[in-house]
Ligand binder design. Structure first.
Ligand SMILES: Nc1ncnc2c1ncn2[C@@H]1O[C@H](COP(=O)(O)OP(=O)(O)OP(=O)(O)O)[C@@H](O)[C@H]1O
Ligand SMILES: [Mg+2]
Length: 301
């Protein structure tokens, strides 16, 4: 008897920014006040949220954790150059349609009904956006790295986000009774259109503060030494101040901690940094620059 109640509470929208922050933390995600507030407003108003920010700072992860802590299905649309509506919306399953045509006799092929069925739900391949419209508020729709898609696709998305309905000529119009929670992310490799931004709430995610990053590591890498974590996070922050082509994100901090942990290292010194630098700096010129500044990075001088 009690189980449905628990589920209902899990699915319900958060009552406050604080509650949302706690639930995200329960799912392993540490959101600062700004991000939690933006997400809270987005959920409460049913507006999409566009999260832009540095590389590896938790933009994608927050959508995954949101879905998991609110008991919703995560539907992910990974954008890339050249993505089009076939991959994003739906496609007809040509191979199965062909097989079906072969299986039909000449006489059946004259029958309009049999031909119509070839363009029925049975032969429709649902892609993430159609899936999300059908799932409605049971889902979190993650449109990841929208900046990689091209202009036309962005314009098409804009239309979808405004009314959450999809028309399939052969089937009809499908609309979401209540829209899913939509999270868009971008690394800002190009500027997005104002029209898309206007449709969304916006939040920029920068690097976390030292305290918050320590907190993230301790939550994500259980059992790791706090002293080592503090040294590492401080070193990563110094790396971010160098003029690197690819400054390390939180993802790299986590990798670095896990690397030192697996090697059984308990403190940071010039040797341990040098040995394990590949976990955190992943560009040849950057590696050289860091090696020139090794002492400073370790000591913080
Ligand atoms: N605030 C946070 N709380 C918990 N984990 C975090 C946080 N920020 C980042 N992480 C962790 O850092 C890693 C990278 O996060 P994620 O992939 O979401 O970054 P991203 O911003 O989407 O990166 P990219 O720009 O490369 O797509 C994940 O393992 C995630 O768990
Ligand atoms: Mg990402």
């Amino acid at each position: 008897m009690t189980e449905p109640k628990i589920d209902a509470a899990r699915l319900a929208l958060p009552a406050s920014v604080g509650e949302l922050t706690d639930r995200l933390r329960g799912g392993g995600y540490i959101a600062d006040r700004g991000l939690a507030t933006a997400l809270f407003v987005s959920m409460s108003l049913g507006r999409p949220i566009l999260i832009e920010g540095e590389v590896g700072v938790g933009k994608t992860e927050v959508a995954k954790v949101l879905a998991s802590v609110f008991g919703r299905r995560l539907i992910r649309l990974q954008c890339y150059e050249g993505i089009d509506t076939n991959q994003a919306l739906y496609e007809w399953d040509y191979a199965r349609q062909m097989l079906q045509i072969r299986a039909l006799s000449e006489r059946q092929l004259d029958d309009d009904d049999a031909v119509d069925k070839l363009f029925g739900p049975k032969f429709l391949l649902e892609r993430p956006l159609l899936d999300a419209v059908r799932a409605g508020d049971q889902a979190v729709l993650l449109i990841d790295e929208i900046d990689r898609a091209d202009d036309e696709f962005e314009a098409f998305l804009l239309e979808l986000l405004s009314d959450f309905q999809i028309t399939i000529p052969e089937i009809g119009t499908i609309s979401a009774s209540s829209p899913p929670l939509v999270v868009l992310t971008s690394n800002r490799t190009r500027e997005l259109h104002d029209a898309l931004k206007r449709r969304c709430l916006y939040h920029w995610v920068g690097y976390p503060s030292i305290e918050r990053e320590v907190e993230i590591v301790l939550l994500r890498v259980p059992g790791v030494s706090e002293t080592l974590t503090r040294q590492l996070v401080a070193a990563v922050n110094r790396l971010r101040q160098l003029d690197l082509a690819k400054p390390p994100g939180v993802a790299e901090t986590l990798d670095w901690v896990a690397t030192l942990d697996v090697l059984g290292e308990t403190e940071l010194n010039a040797r341990t940094v040098d040995d394990t630098l590949g976990a955190v700096v992943k560009d040849r010129d950057d590696l050289e620059l860091v090696r020139e500044n090794l002492e400073e990075i370790v000591s913080g001088a």
